[in-house]
Design a protein around this ligand. Structure first.
Ligand SMILES: *Cc1c(COP(=O)(O)O)cnc(C)c1O
Length: 377
């Protein structure tokens, strides 16, 4: 059996090696390392893929979130609501901009932001909602966009984990995750569903004026060379990363399908297991692209399972072990424990299994048998 890895970037690279190596050499020969034609071409290809008017590449997903918030002109003290159960980047940039993060609980089935909790958290100071499409499943955008419209709020999608996922609206229309909110941020970190070979990110929007603002913000607030109209940042995608992304973008749907196939095989193997709850997809199967395949272990033995898998050389991850509202940096006297029952439970139950485009049946059988053996042992 091939060595099991959480993410197999080497195996994936083998399939696109010729194109990447050739294009890398072309960039090296051209020396157009920054803002070269590869970056521009990637931007256009990404716009076409997502069906979004503007893609603004930048240096990483955290920057993308921050720049999106800067572009919307959010001001210190404005409240921004996001999920308690997510990667810290989401809340970090809110705090960095001196906006007020408001963390709310998530749903037990999808792990995405809970709509009732979100409703309850809206105040006259609320300016934006950041839904995170956690582990690759699109949040309930029907409810979120409706609430945003009613309360005049911006929606900033954190699409770092769901690139390529489709959202099916209640009326049957489909849209790509990241093309729905007023603006969206994504990450091209190597292990993401569309990852480059270093850091990278992008901001998406259909709003022409906002896109114009964002293009200045990423570039030191410049719209005319050496005229700094707004406070900006320096955040660029480089040409070598664009080469990787251009090679992978045409394969993204295949890659996501391979993840789905692996997820279905895991689901099948765990069928009927009382203490192993498999991921729940609400609505259309295309709304989940399995950035992570995350189980809930409900017999209280999650941590023991992590150790057991380690002993058998099966990598796994606990995303995320601590709710954000309990993290030192984000403590807030307004939070009450009884408002976070789901996140507080999930951090004790979740475990993410190896998930990538190169998993084979032998590996999946080995992983699932070991888990079932342990949980029933
Ligand atoms: C990865 C990730 C980010 C940050 O992306 P980077 O490129 O690592 O800065 C933000 N939000 C979520 C949900 C992520 O998974």
């Amino acid at each position: 059996m091939k060595k099991i890895q959480m993410v197999d970037l080497k195996g994936q690279y083998e399939g696109i090696k010729d194109r990447i190596n050739t294009s890398f050499q072309e960039v090296l020969d051209s020396t157009a390392f920054i803002n070269g034609p590869e970056v521009h071409a990637f931007q256009k290809e990404m716009e076409a893929y997502l069906g979004v008017k503007h893609v603004i590449p930048c240096a990483n997903g955290t920057d993308a979130l921050q720049i999106a918030m800067m572009g919307l002109g959010l001001k210190p003290g404005d409240e921004v609501i996001t999920a308690d159960f997510t990667f810290a980047a989401t809340v970090e940039v809110i705090a960095l901009l001196q906006l007020t993060p408001v963390l709310v609980d998530v749903d037990l089935d999808t792990f995405n932001i809970n709509i009732d909790a979100l409703k309850k958290a809206i105040t006259p100071r609320t300016k934006a909602i950041v839904p995170v499409h956690l582990f690759g499943q699109v949040a309930n955008m029907d409810a979120i966009m409706k609430l945003a419209q009613e309360h005049n709020l911006y929606v900033i999608e954190d699409n770092a984990q769901a690139i390529g996922a489709d959202y099916t609206w209640a009326d049957g229309r489909k849209q790509k995750a990241g093309a729905i909110g007023h603006v969206a941020a994504t990450s091209f970190f190597p292990s993401k569903n569309l990852g480059c070979y270093g850091d990278g990110g992008a901001i998406f929007t259909n709003d022409d004026d906002l896109a114009h603002t964002l293009r200045g913000v990423v570039n030191h607030g410049m719209y005319v060379r050496y005229h700094h109209d707004v406070v900006g940042v320096n955040s660029r995608l480089d040409s070598l990363q664009a080469v990787v992304l251009r090679a992978k973008l045409p394969l993204l749907d295949d890659y996501n399908n391979k993840r789905k196939e692996a997820a279905f095989k895991y689901n099948e193997a765990f069928k009927g297991q009382e203490h192993i709850l498999t991921p729940v997809v609400v609505g259309d199967p295309s709304s989940h692209v399995y950035h992570q395949y995350t189980l809930r272990i409900t017999n209280g033995k999650r941590d023991d399972l992590v150790n057991f898998l380690g002993e058998h050389n099966i990598p796994c991850g606990v995303y995320y072990p601590i709710p954000l509202h309990k993290q030192k940096a984000y403590l807030d006297s307004r939070y009450r424990e009884e408002d976070f029952p789901v996140t507080n439970l999930l951090v004790q139950e979740v475990i993410s299994l190896p998930m990538h485009t190169e998993l084979d049946d032998e590996q999946i059988t080995f992983i699932t048998q070991k888990i079932i053996e342990f949980v029933n042992g």
